[in-house]
Design a protein around this ligand. Sequence first.
Ligand code: AHR
Length: 520
Amino acid sequence: MLNRPKLITCVTALVLIAGVSRAQTVAVYKATLSVRADQPRSTINRDIYGQFAEHLGRLIYEGIWVGENSPIPNTHGMRNDVIAALKELHVPVLRWPGGCFADEYHWRDGIGPRDKRPRRPNASWGGVDTNAFGTHEFFELCDLLGAAAYINGNVGSGSPQEMMDWIEYMTSDSDSALANLRRANGRDKPWRIAYFAVGNETWGCGGSMRPEYYADVFRQYATFIKNHSGNHIKKLASGSHDDYYKWTEVLMAQAGELMDALSLHYYTLPTGDWSKKGSATQFDEKEWHSTLVRTMRMDEFIQKHSAIMDRYDPQKRVGLMVDEWGTWYDPEPGRDMGALYQQNSLRDAIVAGVNLNIFQKHADRVRLANIAQMVNVLQSMVLTDKEKMVLTPTYHVFRMYRVHQGATMIPVDLSAPEYKLGDAGLPSLSASASRDAEGRLHLSLVNVDPHRAAEINANVWGAAIKTISGEVLTAPAMNAMNTFDRPNDVKPAPFSAYKLDGSQLLLTIPAKSIVVLELK
Ligand code: AHR
C-alpha cells in the first residue's frame, strides 16, 4: 500500500538536489507515484513534438532565412546556428506558412527566381513579405531538420483550384504542366506532404465562418486534396479553440467522415485577458500560479473535445491535433506589436513540460501538436538577434522530452497535494512515462510549486529497474531566463537525487523544476 501524500511545510532534511548532498532547511511535500509499466497503452505519436513556423515577425525572415549572401553562416540562405540547434530536438513535423498568414498566402508568389517574386503586404502581422522563402525553401528546411511537412492551405482568400494546383505542384511525379514547372524551378522529384489543413482558425482570421458553413467548405475542399505519386496526405479540418465545443460537435457531425484530423488551438495567457495578457518576465507568484492554472486547462479542453469526438468516432480514427499551443504575453515595451516576440523563462519551461505530459496522457486521440512558434515568436525554442542566438528554457524541455517520441505510453497514478494560492489550485506535480523500442522507461516529472521540493515515493510495476540516470532543469528565480549576454542561466544539469531499493524509488524533485529520467 502506498503512502498517502503528506504536506511537510518546512523541515531540515538531507536533500539531494542535482547531485549535491547537503544538510539544509527546505520546504518539501510528499507525493506517491505508480508507474504502470505492466499496462502499456498507445504509441506516443512523435508528431506531438511538432513545431510551427509562420511568416510573422522575425521567425522566417532573420530567424531562419538570412539569404545566401548574408555574413551569418548559412546553408542556401538558412542560418546554420538555428538549424543545428533545432536538429537536436528531432523535430518530427513542421507546420507552415501560418496561422492567420496561411489564409492570405498565394503559393505562386513564392516560386521561381527570387528576384522576380512579388513583395506582398503581410496583412495579418504587418510589414512586407519578400516571398524569398517559399515552397522550395520550406521543403529544404524540412530536409535540413529531418521533419515531415505540414502545409496549411488557404481557404479564406484562396480557392479549391489554387489549393489543388499547389498540391499537384508539390507532389506530382507526372508529366503535367505543374510538375514540370516545379522541375523547371529546380526540383525534379516530388516532395511528400504528411498533413494538409483546410484553412486556419476559420471561425476567426481564416474567414469568420459559422461551423455549419465551414463544415460544407471543408467537405468541398477536402474533395480536391488529391494524392499523387503514392503520397497519402492526412486531411486536417480547421478546428475549435478553448471551450468552443459546438464547433467540434458540428464538424464531427457534418464532416467527420471526410477528415483525418480536427485541430484545436489553446494559448496560455497569465491573466486570461487578451487586452492585458501579462509580462513574459516581470511577474509575481500570483501570475506564476494563474499561468499554470490556465495551462492545466489544456487537459480539460482535450478531454471534453475528445468526448464529443468519441460519440461520432468511437474507434478514434480522427486525430485531435493541437496545432497551436503555448504561452502568449504582452509585447515588450518598444517592440513591434505584430512581431509577437517574447522572452522565455523557467515559467515557460514548466508550461511546456505540463502540456507535453498532458498530450502524452491523451496519446490515443492527440496525435500531433505544434508549439507556437519555433523561432522569435511567442513560446520559441530559440531567439536570435542578428548573428546571435540563444536557446530558451522551453528548448531544453523539448530536448529532454525527445526520448518519448514514438515510445509506448505507460500510465502513471500520481497522488500529490495541491499548489494553492487564494481559492484556486492545481496539482503540484505532473508526470508522464513511456517505454521505448529498446525497453527503456522514461519518466518526466514537473514540480510546479515554486517553493517546495517534492519527495516522491515511486513504485514501478512490470519492470525491474537497475540503473537510473537523468537531467533536471531549474533555476533560482521563477523568471530566470537566458539572454544573449547570459545564455546559460537556465540549462539542464545531471540529476541524481534518488534512492533505489528494489522496485521502490525515492525521488527528490526541486521546487519549480522539470526532471526527465531514464530507468533501465
Ligand atoms: O500563432 C499566432 C497566431 O495565433 C496564428 O497566426 C493564429 O492562427 C492564432 O490566432
